[in-house]
Design a protein around this ligand. Structure first.
Ligand code: 5GP
Ligand code: ZN
Length: 116
């Protein structure tokens, strides 16, 4: 179920504009409004889940689709061969600000480890 006050539910419904780069049956991928790398795409489920752990508990297979779509975007963007990062910030202490599951696909530059 969509949540009325959720920004990413509004993007799924087309109520808030976004630069969508890929869609699948259960997932939508769009460019982050404040990109942290040459490729910075958010991959989200159409259904509202607050974070990756809750999505995994509620819907077996959904995260597989998120990862699959993220990889397809990485291939399309030409960053798959050099390597990319797929991040699920979980909880405000880890920097999560939008509580609708999203994978950050980051690529197109060197990515340090450990992350900040
Ligand atoms: P979080 O901090 O929750 O892991 O990531 C939320 C991400 O959503 C941030 O990287 C932020 O730049 C992005 N974001 C916030 N509002 C919007 C928006 O209205 N449109 C798009 N495309 N991205 C957004
Ligand atoms: Zn939502």
């Amino acid at each position: 179920m969509a949540q009325d006050d959720c920004l990413f539910c509004k993007i799924v419904k087309g109520e808030v504009p976004a630069e969508i780069v890929r869609e699948s049956e259960r997932a939508v991928a769009f460019r982050d409004i404040n990109p942290q790398a040459p490729t910075h795409v958010l991959v989200i489920p159409r259904e509202h889940h607050p974070n990756a752990a809750e999505a995994a508990a509620a819907d077996t297979g959904l995260l597989d689709e998120i990862v699959r779509v993220a990889h397809e975007v990485a291939v399309d963007e030409g960053v798959a061969d050099q390597g990319y990062r797929l991040v699920f910030n979980t909880g405000s202490g880890a920097g999560q600000t939008v509580f609708h599951l999203h994978g950050h696909l980051l690529g197109g530059r060197g990515l340090n480890w450990p992350p900040g």
